[in-house]
Design a protein around this ligand. Structure first.
Ligand SMILES: [Zn+2]
Ligand SMILES: [Zn+2]
Length: 274
């Protein structure tokens, strides 16, 4: 037996992290379409960051494995199919789906979504095996564990309380901006991380819509460039996400014109490894 396999902890720590932006929509042949309407990232097939497309786009194996979902904020594009995901699994869940979110986001989910009106309050329901959903409050600014990952969440600058995330599997560290405009603490957190392999960052609107981007607290390529000057790491992959489908082509052109080393657009459905 090779020595690496003699120590399971070592083998686990040496694993790269695998991240997939789940597709939002599929063409008539069942292939993922590139437009991103909803936000859901799967990490190592078992932890989700946001749950926009989760119930629509996971395969059978992923549906059986994902039991931890970090919700960065309660906007519909980030939670749209969370209720359906839990509903699908309701009869068979042997352990609850854990929803990791700040207390403000948990309150909003309970008040506005799982309120017995829009959908059942799954946090109060049980199947034959026990509870089907539980909330795990996120301690903002402190490290916490989610499955095999270490996570730190800090507030970013969006229209509702929202967190950006730095996530590590012991070998690889990756950051998620979630939805934000000009912000500070997130960059301090990234700059404190000893190494950073990838940053998944939003670029919602084209430069011509800077005013709408500002009032709705999102980036354009130009404001993204200004923010990236706060990042002290280099040699990392920077993948733009959350591009509004109606402006996708122009936003991609403007991002390419920035000529920022390592900057690209994240492809939905593709599994990235770092
Ligand atoms: Zn949002
Ligand atoms: Zn969004």
């Amino acid at each position: 037996m090779p020595p690496a396999f003699a120590n399971p902890v070592f083998a686990l720590r040496a694993d790269p992290v695998r991240i997939q932006l789940l597709p939002s929509t599929f063409d008539s042949n069942g292939h993922a379409t590139p437009e991103q309407r909803l936000t859901c990232f799967l990490i190592d097939e078992s932890v989700a960051v946001d749950a926009g497309s989760i119930a629509l786009a996971v395969n059978g194996e992923q549906r059986e494995k994902v039991r931890d979902i970090i919700v960065t904020h309660p906007h519909m594009d980030h939670i749209a199919s969370l209720p359906i995901f839990i509903d699908d699994l309701f009869p068979t869940l042997k352990t609850p789906v854990r929803v990791h979110a700040t207390p403000e986001v948990i309150s909003s989910l309970e008040r506005d979504i799982f309120n017995w009106n829009i959908y059942p309050r799954f946090s109060e329901l049980e199947n034959d095996f026990g509870r089907v959903m539980e909330y795990v409050p996120i301690p903002v600014g402190q490290e916490f564990e989610v499955a095999h990952l270490t996570v730190t969440a800090v507030a970013v600058n969006h229209i509702v309380p929202t967190v950006g995330l730095v996530i590590s599997n012991g070998k690889t560290t990756v950051a998620f901006s979630s939805d934000t405009s000009e912000t500070e603490e997130f960059w301090h957190l990234l700059n404190r991380a000893p190494s950073l392999q990838a940053l998944l960052i939003e670029a919602s609107f084209p430069d011509s819509m800077a005013q709408l981007a500002e009032v709705s607290r999102h980036f354009t390529p130009a404001s993204l460039k200004r923010e990236l000057s706060k990042l002290s790491h280099n040699e990392l992959d920077i993948l733009a996400v959350h591009i509004k489908p109606a402006y996708r082509e122009i936003v991609i052109q403007e991002l390419n014109a920035l000529n920022i080393p390592g900057l690209g657009v994240m492809e939905s459905g593709k599994i990235y490894e770092w």
